[in-house]
Ligand binder design. Sequence first.
Ligand SMILES: [Mg+2]
Length: 284
Amino acid sequence: MDIAFQLAGIERWGRRLIAFDLDNTLIQQVTIDELVRAEAKILRRETSVEDEILAGISARVKSNELDFNEAFKKKVLLLQGKNAEPLLKHVVNNLKFTPGARRLCRTLKRLGYKMALISGSFMTVAREVQRELGLDYAFANELQVDPVSGEFTGYTVGPVVTPQRKLVLLRRIAEVEGCDLSQTVAVGDGQSDIPMLEAAGLGVAFNGKPQVQAVADIRVNNNDLSSVLFLLGLSEAVAIHLGRDLDKGEDASELSASLGGFAIPPPFWEPGLPSLPENQPTTS
Ligand SMILES: [Mg+2]
């Protein structure tokens, strides 16, 4: 069971910018791993070879033999010589959005939040997620493709989105949007999100690794990303109202059901919201 305690204060209603990690946050996948497995999947063969190689790299990270960047480079190198377009297309067409991600973004947009994706994955995928969720900004790595052969070179171009760069990007977007870092929210699960989570006004570890949970202001350990709405102080009624235009497979009763085991902060009434009956605070 998750319980979230926050100090009540005006800051909670004054947040204006939210930055999301991609892998295992907005989507339930790790983009580079999906790209490495894509060829096998297109050919409908088992991915056991790729799984073994990826597991080997992960094991070396765990034993501190490789750091985050070295592991990333090794994985990107696995793409060398592969035809880029079909693999990217396969990953984009098979994105698995985290439950509640669409509702969360739709609702925050209506509340006037600016939303950014700051990811160590790749621009082709990030742009698709940006379009799908209506995000204002998207930053990720650019995979280098040989313009003649159309194959991955096994390298990236431009600055790599390191943990430190995630923080720099959050700062820069806040500057452009004219808001203070204290008015920002950052949501992520991995070690590379730690600097950004620490610097944001509210750092949310979403099913975070233990080290991430240790530094975050708030930990969400259920599978529904729209839980973040309640951390921002929305009552269940307001969240359901704002989250209308529900997609296939997502409805209000599902949201209510997903709240089981989640502590809902006291409802609030924000004068700026349109005066509709559904917006009235609920008391229980
Ligand atoms: Mg992640």
